[in-house]
Design a protein around this ligand. Structure first.
Ligand code: AGP
Length: 608
Protein backbone atom coordinates (compact mmCIF):
# COMPACT_ATOMS: atom_id res chain seq x y z
CA UNK A 1 0.00 0.00 0.00
CA UNK A 2 1.75 3.15 -1.20
CA UNK A 3 5.38 3.03 -2.21
CA UNK A 4 8.31 5.22 -1.19
CA UNK A 5 11.52 5.72 -3.13
CA UNK A 6 14.49 7.99 -2.50
CA UNK A 7 17.78 8.65 -4.23
CA UNK A 8 20.86 10.58 -3.15
CA UNK A 9 24.08 10.44 -5.16
CA UNK A 10 25.97 12.02 -7.98
CA UNK A 11 23.42 11.48 -10.74
CA UNK A 12 20.08 13.05 -11.59
CA UNK A 13 17.53 11.71 -9.12
CA UNK A 14 14.39 11.78 -11.26
CA UNK A 15 15.10 8.74 -13.50
CA UNK A 16 15.84 6.61 -10.40
CA UNK A 17 12.70 7.85 -8.70
CA UNK A 18 10.51 7.12 -11.71
CA UNK A 19 11.97 3.67 -12.21
CA UNK A 20 11.46 2.85 -8.53
CA UNK A 21 7.87 4.10 -8.67
CA UNK A 22 7.14 2.00 -11.75
CA UNK A 23 8.44 -1.09 -9.96
CA UNK A 24 6.24 -0.35 -6.96
CA UNK A 25 3.15 0.68 -8.85
CA UNK A 26 1.47 -2.52 -7.71
CA UNK A 27 1.55 -1.14 -4.16
CA UNK A 28 -0.69 1.79 -5.00
CA UNK A 29 -1.66 3.54 -8.16
CA UNK A 30 -4.05 6.38 -7.38
CA UNK A 31 -1.53 9.15 -7.85
CA UNK A 32 2.21 9.72 -7.70
CA UNK A 33 4.81 12.41 -7.26
CA UNK A 34 8.44 13.32 -6.75
CA UNK A 35 10.29 16.09 -4.91
CA UNK A 36 13.84 16.88 -5.92
CA UNK A 37 16.23 19.14 -4.04
CA UNK A 38 17.39 21.50 -6.71
CA UNK A 39 20.05 23.94 -5.52
CA UNK A 40 18.34 26.28 -3.10
CA UNK A 41 14.84 24.86 -3.52
CA UNK A 42 12.83 21.67 -3.39
CA UNK A 43 10.83 21.22 -6.59
CA UNK A 44 7.77 19.00 -6.53
CA UNK A 45 5.90 17.39 -9.40
CA UNK A 46 2.73 15.34 -8.83
CA UNK A 47 -0.05 13.82 -10.89
CA UNK A 48 -3.30 12.00 -10.26
CA UNK A 49 -3.58 8.53 -11.80
CA UNK A 50 -0.95 6.07 -12.92
CA UNK A 51 2.82 6.70 -12.93
CA UNK A 52 2.61 7.30 -16.70
CA UNK A 53 0.77 10.57 -15.93
CA UNK A 54 3.61 11.66 -13.66
CA UNK A 55 6.14 10.75 -16.35
CA UNK A 56 4.33 12.96 -18.85
CA UNK A 57 4.23 15.81 -16.35
CA UNK A 58 7.95 15.44 -15.72
CA UNK A 59 8.69 15.26 -19.43
CA UNK A 60 6.84 18.56 -19.87
CA UNK A 61 8.50 20.20 -16.85
CA UNK A 62 11.69 18.35 -15.92
CA UNK A 63 13.07 18.71 -12.41
CA UNK A 64 16.81 18.56 -11.85
CA UNK A 65 18.78 17.64 -8.77
CA UNK A 66 20.68 14.77 -7.22
CA UNK A 67 18.60 14.22 -4.10
CA UNK A 68 14.93 13.30 -4.26
CA UNK A 69 12.02 11.31 -2.94
CA UNK A 70 9.00 9.84 -4.71
CA UNK A 71 5.71 8.22 -3.81
CA UNK A 72 2.96 6.17 -5.37
CA UNK A 73 -0.27 6.46 -3.42
CA UNK A 74 -3.22 4.34 -2.35
CA UNK A 75 -5.59 6.95 -0.95
CA UNK A 76 -6.62 6.90 2.71
CA UNK A 77 -7.17 10.55 3.67
CA UNK A 78 -8.76 12.46 0.81
CA UNK A 79 -9.55 11.48 -2.78
CA UNK A 80 -6.80 10.54 -5.25
CA UNK A 81 -6.28 14.00 -6.73
CA UNK A 82 -3.10 15.87 -7.57
CA UNK A 83 -3.44 18.09 -4.49
CA UNK A 84 -3.57 15.03 -2.26
CA UNK A 85 -0.70 13.26 -4.02
CA UNK A 86 2.62 13.08 -2.19
CA UNK A 87 5.15 14.67 -1.74
CA UNK A 88 3.61 17.36 0.47
CA UNK A 89 5.57 20.56 0.89
CA UNK A 90 5.84 22.77 3.95
CA UNK A 91 4.30 26.24 3.82
CA UNK A 92 7.63 27.85 2.94
CA UNK A 93 8.45 25.17 0.36
CA UNK A 94 11.71 24.16 2.06
CA UNK A 95 10.57 20.72 3.21
CA UNK A 96 8.97 17.91 1.20
CA UNK A 97 7.54 14.75 2.75
CA UNK A 98 6.38 11.39 1.45
CA UNK A 99 4.60 9.12 3.87
CA UNK A 100 3.11 5.65 4.14
CA UNK A 101 0.81 4.92 7.06
CA UNK A 102 -1.59 7.10 9.00
CA UNK A 103 -0.92 10.01 11.34
CA UNK A 104 -3.73 9.42 13.80
CA UNK A 105 -3.60 12.76 15.57
CA UNK A 106 -3.43 14.72 12.28
CA UNK A 107 -6.60 16.70 13.09
CA UNK A 108 -5.26 17.91 16.41
CA UNK A 109 -1.88 18.80 14.89
CA UNK A 110 -3.58 20.56 11.98
CA UNK A 111 -5.57 22.73 14.39
CA UNK A 112 -2.44 23.71 16.30
CA UNK A 113 -0.53 24.51 13.11
CA UNK A 114 -3.46 26.46 11.66
CA UNK A 115 -3.48 28.46 14.90
CA UNK A 116 0.12 29.39 14.11
CA UNK A 117 -0.87 30.58 10.64
CA UNK A 118 -0.08 27.52 8.52
CA UNK A 119 -2.42 27.10 5.57
CA UNK A 120 -3.26 23.57 4.50
CA UNK A 121 -3.47 22.71 0.83
CA UNK A 122 -4.53 19.06 0.93
CA UNK A 123 -6.93 16.72 2.72
CA UNK A 124 -4.13 14.43 3.81
CA UNK A 125 -2.81 13.57 7.25
CA UNK A 126 0.73 13.72 5.79
CA UNK A 127 0.74 17.47 5.21
CA UNK A 128 0.94 18.14 8.97
CA UNK A 129 4.36 16.49 8.99
CA UNK A 130 5.73 18.88 6.37
CA UNK A 131 4.58 21.96 8.33
CA UNK A 132 5.65 20.47 11.63
CA UNK A 133 9.19 19.88 10.36
CA UNK A 134 9.31 23.48 9.10
CA UNK A 135 8.01 24.74 12.43
CA UNK A 136 10.54 22.77 14.47
CA UNK A 137 13.53 23.25 12.17
CA UNK A 138 16.67 24.29 13.90
CA UNK A 139 20.05 22.72 13.31
CA UNK A 140 19.76 19.68 11.11
CA UNK A 141 16.90 18.04 9.21
CA UNK A 142 17.23 14.91 11.36
CA UNK A 143 16.83 16.97 14.54
CA UNK A 144 13.72 18.63 13.10
CA UNK A 145 12.26 15.26 12.10
CA UNK A 146 13.00 13.69 15.48
CA UNK A 147 11.37 16.66 17.22
CA UNK A 148 8.35 16.46 14.92
CA UNK A 149 7.96 12.74 15.54
CA UNK A 150 7.63 13.42 19.27
CA UNK A 151 4.32 15.12 18.42
CA UNK A 152 3.06 12.44 16.05
CA UNK A 153 0.84 9.46 16.86
CA UNK A 154 0.19 6.73 14.33
CA UNK A 155 2.18 4.74 11.84
CA UNK A 156 4.67 5.90 9.30
CA UNK A 157 7.33 5.21 6.78
CA UNK A 158 8.62 8.71 6.05
CA UNK A 159 11.15 10.16 3.65
CA UNK A 160 11.89 13.86 3.89
CA UNK A 161 14.16 16.27 2.03
CA UNK A 162 14.83 19.91 2.76
CA UNK A 163 16.64 22.74 1.04
CA UNK A 164 17.69 23.96 4.51
CA UNK A 165 19.86 20.87 4.96
CA UNK A 166 20.70 19.71 1.43
CA UNK A 167 22.38 16.50 0.30
CA UNK A 168 20.40 14.14 2.51
CA UNK A 169 17.17 12.27 2.93
CA UNK A 170 15.90 11.71 6.43
CA UNK A 171 13.75 8.63 6.84
CA UNK A 172 11.75 7.35 9.79
CA UNK A 173 9.94 4.12 10.35
CA UNK A 174 7.14 3.04 12.64
CA UNK A 175 4.86 0.29 11.38
CA UNK A 176 5.56 0.82 7.69
CA UNK A 177 8.57 -0.78 6.01
CA UNK A 178 11.62 1.09 4.78
CA UNK A 179 15.04 -0.03 3.69
CA UNK A 180 18.24 1.69 2.66
CA UNK A 181 19.98 0.47 -0.51
CA UNK A 182 23.74 0.80 -0.48
CA UNK A 183 25.32 1.84 -3.77
CA UNK A 184 28.71 3.10 -4.83
CA UNK A 185 28.77 6.83 -4.14
CA UNK A 186 24.97 6.77 -3.99
CA UNK A 187 22.28 5.49 -1.66
CA UNK A 188 18.65 4.60 -2.07
CA UNK A 189 15.66 4.47 0.18
CA UNK A 190 12.62 2.35 -0.55
CA UNK A 191 9.59 0.79 1.02
CA UNK A 192 10.07 -2.27 -1.14
CA UNK A 193 13.27 -4.00 -2.23
CA UNK A 194 11.98 -4.42 -5.79
CA UNK A 195 12.25 -0.64 -6.28
CA UNK A 196 16.03 -0.62 -6.02
CA UNK A 197 17.04 -4.14 -7.03
CA UNK A 198 18.27 -2.97 -10.42
CA UNK A 199 20.93 -0.88 -8.64
CA UNK A 200 21.95 -2.74 -5.53
CA UNK A 201 21.37 -5.92 -3.56
CA UNK A 202 22.94 -4.62 -0.36
CA UNK A 203 20.22 -3.37 1.94
CA UNK A 204 19.64 -2.30 5.50
CA UNK A 205 16.14 -2.86 6.83
CA UNK A 206 15.05 -0.17 9.26
CA UNK A 207 13.33 -1.19 12.49
CA UNK A 208 10.40 0.54 14.10
CA UNK A 209 11.61 3.64 15.91
CA UNK A 210 14.60 4.14 13.58
CA UNK A 211 15.45 7.45 12.00
CA UNK A 212 17.95 7.26 9.12
CA UNK A 213 20.09 9.93 7.56
CA UNK A 214 20.89 8.87 4.02
CA UNK A 215 23.58 10.67 2.04
CA UNK A 216 25.58 10.00 -1.13
CA UNK A 217 28.63 8.74 0.74
CA UNK A 218 26.98 6.91 3.61
CA UNK A 219 24.10 6.53 5.98
CA UNK A 220 23.47 6.66 9.71
CA UNK A 221 20.70 5.04 11.69
CA UNK A 222 19.60 6.83 14.86
CA UNK A 223 17.10 6.10 17.55
CA UNK A 224 14.39 8.54 18.55
CA UNK A 225 16.89 10.31 20.86
CA UNK A 226 19.39 10.72 18.01
CA UNK A 227 21.69 8.06 19.47
CA UNK A 228 23.47 6.01 16.77
CA UNK A 229 22.17 2.49 16.13
CA UNK A 230 23.84 -0.36 14.34
CA UNK A 231 21.88 -2.28 11.69
CA UNK A 232 22.97 -5.32 9.71
CA UNK A 233 23.60 -5.12 5.96
CA UNK A 234 21.62 -7.87 4.22
CA UNK A 235 21.64 -9.22 0.70
CA UNK A 236 18.56 -9.50 -1.49
CA UNK A 237 18.77 -12.98 -2.92
CA UNK A 238 16.42 -12.82 -5.88
CA UNK A 239 16.99 -11.64 -9.42
CA UNK A 240 15.56 -8.83 -11.44
CA UNK A 241 13.75 -11.45 -13.58
CA UNK A 242 11.62 -12.26 -10.53
CA UNK A 243 10.05 -8.82 -10.70
CA UNK A 244 9.66 -8.62 -14.46
CA UNK A 245 6.84 -10.06 -16.56
CA UNK A 246 9.18 -12.19 -18.63
CA UNK A 247 7.00 -12.48 -21.71
CA UNK A 248 3.71 -13.02 -19.87
CA UNK A 249 0.85 -10.62 -20.53
CA UNK A 250 0.43 -9.98 -16.80
CA UNK A 251 2.28 -10.61 -13.57
CA UNK A 252 -0.73 -12.56 -12.36
CA UNK A 253 -0.45 -15.02 -15.25
CA UNK A 254 3.29 -15.32 -14.76
CA UNK A 255 2.76 -16.03 -11.07
CA UNK A 256 0.05 -18.63 -11.76
CA UNK A 257 2.43 -20.40 -14.12
CA UNK A 258 5.31 -20.22 -11.64
CA UNK A 259 3.46 -22.51 -9.24
CA UNK A 260 5.14 -25.82 -10.13
CA UNK A 261 8.37 -24.13 -9.12
CA UNK A 262 7.09 -22.18 -6.13
CA UNK A 263 5.33 -25.23 -4.67
CA UNK A 264 8.60 -27.09 -5.01
CA UNK A 265 10.58 -24.21 -3.50
CA UNK A 266 8.32 -24.20 -0.45
CA UNK A 267 9.30 -27.83 0.19
CA UNK A 268 12.94 -27.76 -0.87
CA UNK A 269 15.22 -29.11 1.85
CA UNK A 270 12.28 -29.45 4.21
CA UNK A 271 10.37 -32.56 3.23
CA UNK A 272 11.81 -35.87 4.43
CA UNK A 273 9.73 -38.39 2.52
CA UNK A 274 11.43 -41.53 3.84
CA UNK A 275 10.73 -40.55 7.46
CA UNK A 276 7.30 -39.13 6.70
CA UNK A 277 8.10 -35.79 8.31
CA UNK A 278 9.55 -32.37 7.64
CA UNK A 279 12.48 -30.30 8.84
CA UNK A 280 11.68 -26.64 9.44
CA UNK A 281 14.77 -24.72 10.45
CA UNK A 282 13.18 -21.45 11.46
CA UNK A 283 10.44 -22.73 13.77
CA UNK A 284 12.33 -21.97 16.98
CA UNK A 285 10.09 -24.46 18.75
CA UNK A 286 11.75 -27.23 20.72
CA UNK A 287 10.35 -30.74 20.89
CA UNK A 288 9.03 -29.91 24.39
CA UNK A 289 7.35 -26.74 23.16
CA UNK A 290 5.70 -28.56 20.25
CA UNK A 291 4.44 -31.22 22.65
CA UNK A 292 3.12 -28.58 25.04
CA UNK A 293 0.82 -26.83 22.53
CA UNK A 294 -2.75 -26.92 23.83
CA UNK A 295 -4.44 -24.99 21.05
CA UNK A 296 -3.59 -23.11 17.88
CA UNK A 297 -4.97 -19.83 16.61
CA UNK A 298 -4.35 -18.97 12.97
CA UNK A 299 -4.83 -15.36 12.04
CA UNK A 300 -4.63 -13.66 8.64
CA UNK A 301 -6.57 -11.55 6.12
CA UNK A 302 -8.00 -12.17 2.66
CA UNK A 303 -6.41 -14.96 0.68
CA UNK A 304 -4.10 -15.78 3.57
CA UNK A 305 -7.19 -16.27 5.74
CA UNK A 306 -8.43 -18.81 3.21
CA UNK A 307 -5.22 -20.79 3.49
CA UNK A 308 -5.60 -20.56 7.27
CA UNK A 309 -8.96 -22.36 7.00
CA UNK A 310 -7.23 -25.16 5.10
CA UNK A 311 -4.49 -25.25 7.75
CA UNK A 312 -7.14 -25.59 10.44
CA UNK A 313 -8.52 -28.71 8.79
CA UNK A 314 -5.08 -30.21 8.24
CA UNK A 315 -3.90 -29.65 11.80
CA UNK A 316 -7.11 -30.83 13.45
CA UNK A 317 -7.23 -33.91 11.23
CA UNK A 318 -3.62 -35.00 11.57
CA UNK A 319 -2.45 -33.49 14.86
CA UNK A 320 -5.73 -33.59 16.82
CA UNK A 321 -5.07 -30.16 18.31
CA UNK A 322 -7.94 -27.65 18.43
CA UNK A 323 -7.48 -24.82 15.96
CA UNK A 324 -9.36 -21.56 15.61
CA UNK A 325 -9.07 -19.33 12.55
CA UNK A 326 -9.58 -15.63 13.11
CA UNK A 327 -9.69 -12.66 10.78
CA UNK A 328 -6.76 -10.62 12.06
CA UNK A 329 -8.90 -7.47 12.04
CA UNK A 330 -11.37 -9.14 14.44
CA UNK A 331 -8.86 -10.93 16.60
CA UNK A 332 -7.03 -7.75 17.53
CA UNK A 333 -10.14 -6.14 19.00
CA UNK A 334 -11.61 -9.17 20.76
CA UNK A 335 -10.73 -10.58 24.10
CA UNK A 336 -9.42 -13.92 22.84
CA UNK A 337 -8.49 -16.78 25.12
CA UNK A 338 -4.76 -17.14 24.75
CA UNK A 339 -2.37 -18.88 27.13
CA UNK A 340 1.33 -19.58 27.13
CA UNK A 341 0.43 -22.97 25.63
CA UNK A 342 -1.24 -21.33 22.64
CA UNK A 343 0.57 -21.23 19.34
CA UNK A 344 -0.51 -18.36 17.12
CA UNK A 345 0.22 -18.94 13.43
CA UNK A 346 0.28 -15.72 11.46
CA UNK A 347 -0.05 -15.97 7.69
CA UNK A 348 0.84 -13.12 5.37
CA UNK A 349 2.30 -12.95 1.88
CA UNK A 350 3.64 -9.43 2.40
CA UNK A 351 4.46 -9.72 6.07
CA UNK A 352 3.27 -6.12 6.38
CA UNK A 353 -0.53 -6.33 6.58
CA UNK A 354 -1.42 -3.93 9.39
CA UNK A 355 -4.23 -6.00 10.90
CA UNK A 356 -2.21 -9.22 10.79
CA UNK A 357 0.79 -7.56 12.35
CA UNK A 358 -1.37 -6.06 15.10
CA UNK A 359 -3.03 -9.44 15.73
CA UNK A 360 0.38 -11.07 16.05
CA UNK A 361 1.52 -8.44 18.51
CA UNK A 362 -1.69 -8.89 20.50
CA UNK A 363 -1.22 -12.68 20.62
CA UNK A 364 2.34 -12.18 21.83
CA UNK A 365 1.23 -9.69 24.44
CA UNK A 366 -1.18 -12.29 25.76
CA UNK A 367 1.57 -14.87 26.07
CA UNK A 368 1.26 -16.97 22.90
CA UNK A 369 4.25 -18.08 20.88
CA UNK A 370 3.97 -16.82 17.33
CA UNK A 371 4.89 -18.54 14.09
CA UNK A 372 4.90 -16.50 10.90
CA UNK A 373 4.21 -17.97 7.47
CA UNK A 374 5.50 -15.13 5.36
CA UNK A 375 6.73 -14.68 1.82
CA UNK A 376 8.58 -11.37 1.92
CA UNK A 377 11.97 -11.86 3.51
CA UNK A 378 12.83 -9.24 6.12
CA UNK A 379 9.23 -8.01 6.39
CA UNK A 380 7.92 -6.83 9.73
CA UNK A 381 6.00 -9.97 10.64
CA UNK A 382 9.00 -12.11 9.72
CA UNK A 383 11.18 -9.95 11.94
CA UNK A 384 8.86 -9.88 14.91
CA UNK A 385 7.54 -13.45 15.05
CA UNK A 386 9.08 -15.98 17.44
CA UNK A 387 9.69 -18.41 14.62
CA UNK A 388 8.80 -18.67 10.99
CA UNK A 389 8.46 -20.57 7.77
CA UNK A 390 9.36 -18.54 4.71
CA UNK A 391 7.27 -19.42 1.66
CA UNK A 392 10.12 -18.89 -0.83
CA UNK A 393 7.60 -18.08 -3.57
CA UNK A 394 9.63 -15.10 -4.83
CA UNK A 395 8.14 -11.62 -5.19
CA UNK A 396 4.40 -11.61 -5.86
CA UNK A 397 3.59 -8.50 -7.87
CA UNK A 398 0.06 -9.20 -9.12
CA UNK A 399 -2.35 -7.68 -6.62
CA UNK A 400 -4.42 -10.87 -6.68
CA UNK A 401 -2.51 -13.41 -4.68
CA UNK A 402 -1.98 -16.75 -6.44
CA UNK A 403 1.36 -18.45 -5.96
CA UNK A 404 1.57 -17.25 -2.36
CA UNK A 405 -1.71 -19.04 -1.61
CA UNK A 406 -0.54 -22.44 -2.82
CA UNK A 407 2.79 -21.96 -1.04
CA UNK A 408 0.95 -21.10 2.18
CA UNK A 409 -1.02 -24.34 1.93
CA UNK A 410 2.20 -26.28 1.35
CA UNK A 411 3.93 -24.57 4.29
CA UNK A 412 0.95 -25.37 6.50
CA UNK A 413 1.11 -28.98 5.32
CA UNK A 414 4.81 -29.21 6.18
CA UNK A 415 4.19 -27.81 9.62
CA UNK A 416 1.22 -30.12 10.13
CA UNK A 417 3.30 -33.10 9.13
CA UNK A 418 6.06 -32.26 11.58
CA UNK A 419 3.69 -31.63 14.44
CA UNK A 420 1.49 -34.61 13.63
CA UNK A 421 4.42 -37.01 13.67
CA UNK A 422 5.39 -35.73 17.08
CA UNK A 423 1.83 -36.01 18.30
CA UNK A 424 1.21 -39.61 17.25
CA UNK A 425 0.70 -39.80 13.48
CA UNK A 426 2.09 -43.14 12.32
CA UNK A 427 5.15 -43.21 10.11
CA UNK A 428 3.08 -44.97 7.41
CA UNK A 429 0.55 -42.16 7.26
CA UNK A 430 3.35 -39.61 7.48
CA UNK A 431 5.10 -41.15 4.49
CA UNK A 432 1.84 -41.27 2.54
CA UNK A 433 1.26 -37.55 3.17
CA UNK A 434 4.90 -36.68 2.41
CA UNK A 435 4.77 -38.59 -0.88
CA UNK A 436 1.64 -36.74 -1.87
CA UNK A 437 3.38 -33.45 -1.12
CA UNK A 438 6.40 -34.47 -3.18
CA UNK A 439 4.14 -35.23 -6.15
CA UNK A 440 2.46 -31.82 -6.11
CA UNK A 441 4.83 -29.81 -8.36
CA UNK A 442 4.35 -32.26 -11.23
CA UNK A 443 0.60 -32.31 -10.69
CA UNK A 444 0.43 -28.52 -10.65
CA UNK A 445 2.21 -28.62 -14.01
CA UNK A 446 -0.45 -31.01 -15.33
CA UNK A 447 -3.20 -28.60 -14.27
CA UNK A 448 -1.46 -25.70 -15.98
CA UNK A 449 -1.04 -27.70 -19.16
CA UNK A 450 -4.83 -27.56 -19.43
CA UNK A 451 -5.08 -23.80 -18.96
CA UNK A 452 -6.48 -23.33 -22.42
CA UNK A 453 -9.62 -25.26 -21.47
CA UNK A 454 -10.27 -22.74 -18.75
CA UNK A 455 -9.79 -19.92 -21.21
CA UNK A 456 -12.65 -21.39 -23.28
CA UNK A 457 -14.87 -21.76 -20.23
CA UNK A 458 -14.10 -18.16 -19.29
CA UNK A 459 -15.40 -17.00 -22.67
CA UNK A 460 -18.85 -18.34 -21.74
CA UNK A 461 -19.04 -16.48 -18.43
CA UNK A 462 -17.32 -13.19 -19.09
CA UNK A 463 -20.65 -11.36 -19.06
CA UNK A 464 -22.17 -13.07 -16.00
CA UNK A 465 -23.08 -10.55 -13.34
CA UNK A 466 -22.85 -13.12 -10.53
CA UNK A 467 -21.06 -16.39 -9.90
CA UNK A 468 -21.50 -18.77 -7.00
CA UNK A 469 -18.61 -20.98 -5.84
CA UNK A 470 -19.37 -24.09 -3.79
CA UNK A 471 -17.19 -26.68 -2.10
CA UNK A 472 -17.21 -28.88 0.97
CA UNK A 473 -14.66 -29.73 3.63
CA UNK A 474 -11.19 -28.64 2.73
CA UNK A 475 -12.48 -27.39 -0.63
CA UNK A 476 -14.87 -24.88 0.94
CA UNK A 477 -11.96 -22.42 1.45
CA UNK A 478 -11.02 -23.11 -2.18
CA UNK A 479 -14.51 -21.93 -3.16
CA UNK A 480 -14.02 -18.80 -1.04
CA UNK A 481 -10.68 -18.16 -2.69
CA UNK A 482 -12.08 -18.72 -6.19
CA UNK A 483 -14.83 -16.18 -5.50
CA UNK A 484 -12.38 -13.66 -4.06
CA UNK A 485 -10.11 -13.98 -7.10
CA UNK A 486 -13.00 -13.39 -9.48
CA UNK A 487 -14.45 -10.39 -7.66
CA UNK A 488 -11.18 -8.59 -7.09
CA UNK A 489 -9.95 -8.64 -10.67
CA UNK A 490 -13.10 -8.88 -12.81
CA UNK A 491 -15.53 -6.90 -10.58
CA UNK A 492 -18.11 -9.65 -11.02
CA UNK A 493 -20.04 -10.30 -7.86
CA UNK A 494 -19.04 -13.74 -6.58
CA UNK A 495 -19.76 -15.66 -3.39
CA UNK A 496 -18.12 -18.73 -1.93
CA UNK A 497 -20.27 -21.03 0.18
CA UNK A 498 -20.08 -24.46 1.76
CA UNK A 499 -22.00 -26.46 -0.84
CA UNK A 500 -24.61 -27.79 1.58
CA UNK A 501 -25.20 -24.37 3.12
CA UNK A 502 -26.52 -23.17 -0.24
CA UNK A 503 -29.98 -24.53 0.50
CA UNK A 504 -30.20 -22.32 3.58
CA UNK A 505 -30.49 -19.18 1.48
CA UNK A 506 -28.31 -18.71 -1.61
CA UNK A 507 -30.33 -21.35 -3.48
CA UNK A 508 -32.91 -18.59 -3.96
CA UNK A 509 -30.46 -16.99 -6.40
CA UNK A 510 -30.22 -20.00 -8.69
CA UNK A 511 -31.81 -19.76 -12.10
CA UNK A 512 -30.60 -20.22 -15.67
CA UNK A 513 -28.58 -16.99 -15.36
CA UNK A 514 -26.52 -18.18 -12.40
CA UNK A 515 -23.24 -20.00 -13.06
CA UNK A 516 -22.22 -22.20 -10.14
CA UNK A 517 -18.64 -23.38 -9.84
CA UNK A 518 -18.37 -26.61 -7.88
CA UNK A 519 -15.06 -27.70 -6.43
CA UNK A 520 -15.81 -31.41 -6.64
CA UNK A 521 -12.72 -33.60 -6.67
CA UNK A 522 -13.16 -37.22 -5.63
CA UNK A 523 -12.75 -36.97 -1.88
CA UNK A 524 -14.50 -38.14 1.28
CA UNK A 525 -17.44 -35.78 0.78
CA UNK A 526 -17.79 -36.19 -2.98
CA UNK A 527 -21.15 -38.04 -2.76
CA UNK A 528 -22.55 -35.18 -0.72
CA UNK A 529 -21.39 -32.66 -3.31
CA UNK A 530 -23.22 -34.62 -6.00
CA UNK A 531 -26.50 -33.97 -4.17
CA UNK A 532 -25.71 -30.25 -4.15
CA UNK A 533 -24.97 -30.30 -7.88
CA UNK A 534 -28.38 -31.95 -8.42
CA UNK A 535 -30.05 -29.21 -6.38
CA UNK A 536 -28.51 -26.58 -8.65
CA UNK A 537 -29.39 -28.40 -11.86
CA UNK A 538 -32.98 -28.89 -10.67
CA UNK A 539 -33.24 -25.08 -10.64
CA UNK A 540 -31.63 -24.68 -14.08
CA UNK A 541 -28.33 -23.29 -12.81
CA UNK A 542 -25.26 -23.68 -15.04
CA UNK A 543 -22.68 -25.97 -13.47
CA UNK A 544 -18.92 -25.67 -13.97
CA UNK A 545 -17.14 -28.38 -12.02
CA UNK A 546 -13.56 -29.01 -11.06
CA UNK A 547 -13.40 -32.80 -10.85
CA UNK A 548 -10.65 -35.37 -10.54
CA UNK A 549 -11.99 -38.46 -12.38
CA UNK A 550 -14.85 -39.75 -14.51
CA UNK A 551 -17.81 -39.66 -12.17
CA UNK A 552 -20.87 -41.62 -13.29
CA UNK A 553 -22.82 -39.86 -10.55
CA UNK A 554 -22.28 -36.54 -12.33
CA UNK A 555 -23.30 -37.79 -15.76
CA UNK A 556 -25.56 -35.28 -17.45
CA UNK A 557 -25.26 -32.77 -14.60
CA UNK A 558 -22.24 -30.74 -15.69
CA UNK A 559 -22.26 -28.00 -18.26
CA UNK A 560 -18.48 -27.54 -18.12
CA UNK A 561 -15.83 -29.68 -16.51
CA UNK A 562 -12.17 -29.12 -15.69
CA UNK A 563 -10.16 -32.13 -14.59
CA UNK A 564 -7.36 -32.07 -12.00
CA UNK A 565 -5.11 -34.91 -10.84
CA UNK A 566 -5.85 -36.69 -7.56
CA UNK A 567 -3.94 -36.37 -4.34
CA UNK A 568 -4.77 -36.98 -0.68
CA UNK A 569 -7.88 -35.06 0.37
CA UNK A 570 -6.06 -32.52 2.54
CA UNK A 571 -3.79 -31.42 -0.31
CA UNK A 572 -6.51 -31.15 -2.92
CA UNK A 573 -6.78 -27.36 -2.42
CA UNK A 574 -3.33 -26.87 -3.97
CA UNK A 575 -4.55 -28.40 -7.22
CA UNK A 576 -8.19 -27.29 -7.10
CA UNK A 577 -7.42 -23.61 -6.55
CA UNK A 578 -5.37 -23.27 -9.74
CA UNK A 579 -8.24 -23.71 -12.25
CA UNK A 580 -10.14 -21.07 -10.29
CA UNK A 581 -7.20 -18.68 -10.50
CA UNK A 582 -7.16 -19.28 -14.26
CA UNK A 583 -10.92 -18.80 -14.56
CA UNK A 584 -10.77 -15.46 -12.76
CA UNK A 585 -7.75 -14.37 -14.77
CA UNK A 586 -9.21 -15.19 -18.18
CA UNK A 587 -12.62 -13.71 -17.38
CA UNK A 588 -11.00 -10.48 -16.18
CA UNK A 589 -8.79 -10.22 -19.25
CA UNK A 590 -11.76 -10.84 -21.55
CA UNK A 591 -13.62 -8.04 -19.78
CA UNK A 592 -10.69 -5.71 -20.42
CA UNK A 593 -9.92 -5.28 -16.72
CA UNK A 594 -6.51 -4.25 -15.46
CA UNK A 595 -5.64 -7.61 -13.95
CA UNK A 596 -2.45 -6.61 -12.16
CA UNK A 597 -3.81 -3.37 -10.76
CA UNK A 598 -7.49 -3.85 -10.01
CA UNK A 599 -9.43 -0.77 -9.01
CA UNK A 600 -9.39 0.32 -5.37
CA UNK A 601 -6.94 -2.39 -4.33
CA UNK A 602 -3.30 -2.37 -3.39
CA UNK A 603 -0.96 -5.26 -2.88
CA UNK A 604 -0.24 -4.84 0.76
CA UNK A 605 -2.72 -3.30 3.16
CA UNK A 606 -0.59 -1.45 5.68
CA UNK A 607 -3.40 0.58 7.19
CA UNK A 608 -6.22 -0.62 9.44
C1 AGP B 1 -5.57 -11.45 -2.32
O1 AGP B 1 -5.79 -11.68 -3.65
C2 AGP B 1 -5.75 -10.11 -1.84
N1 AGP B 1 -5.38 -9.09 -2.70
C3 AGP B 1 -5.79 -9.86 -0.36
O2 AGP B 1 -6.93 -10.47 0.12
C4 AGP B 1 -4.58 -10.34 0.50
O3 AGP B 1 -4.52 -11.73 0.52
C5 AGP B 1 -4.73 -9.77 1.93
O4 AGP B 1 -4.70 -8.38 1.88
C6 AGP B 1 -3.65 -10.29 2.87
O5 AGP B 1 -2.38 -9.93 2.44
P1 AGP B 1 -1.09 -10.57 3.05
O6 AGP B 1 -1.12 -12.03 2.74
O7 AGP B 1 0.04 -9.86 2.40
O8 AGP B 1 -1.13 -10.34 4.53
Amino acid sequence: MCGIIGYVGGKQATPFLLEGLRRMEYRGYDSAGVAVANGGAVVTCRAAGKIARLESALAATPVHGTVGVGHTRWATHGPPTERNAHPHASADGTVAVVHNGIIENANALRAVLQGKGYEFRSDTDTEVMAHLVQELFEGSLEDAVINALREVEGTYGLAIVSSRDPGKIVAARKGSPLLIGIGDGEHFLASDASAILAHTRQVVYLDDGDVAVVQADGYRVLDRDAAPMSRRVEKIDWDLSAIERGGYAHFMLKEIFEQPQTVENAMRGRLIVEDGTSKLGGLNLSHEQLMAIDNIIITACGTSWHSALIGEMMIEELCRIPVEVEYASEFRYRNPIVTDRTLCIVISQSGETADTLAAMREAKRRGARTLGLVNVVGSTIAREDDGGIYLHAGPEIGVASTKAFTSQVVALALFTLKLARKRGLSVTRGIEFAKALAALPGQVREVLDRAEQMEHIAEEFKRSPNVLYLGRGVNFPVALEGALKLKEISYIHAEGYPAAEMKHGPIALIDEMMPVVFVAPHDAVFDKVVSNVQEVKARKGTVIAVTSRDEPALAGLLDYEFRIPETVDLLMPVLASIPLQLLAYYIAVKRGANVDQPRNLAKSVTVE
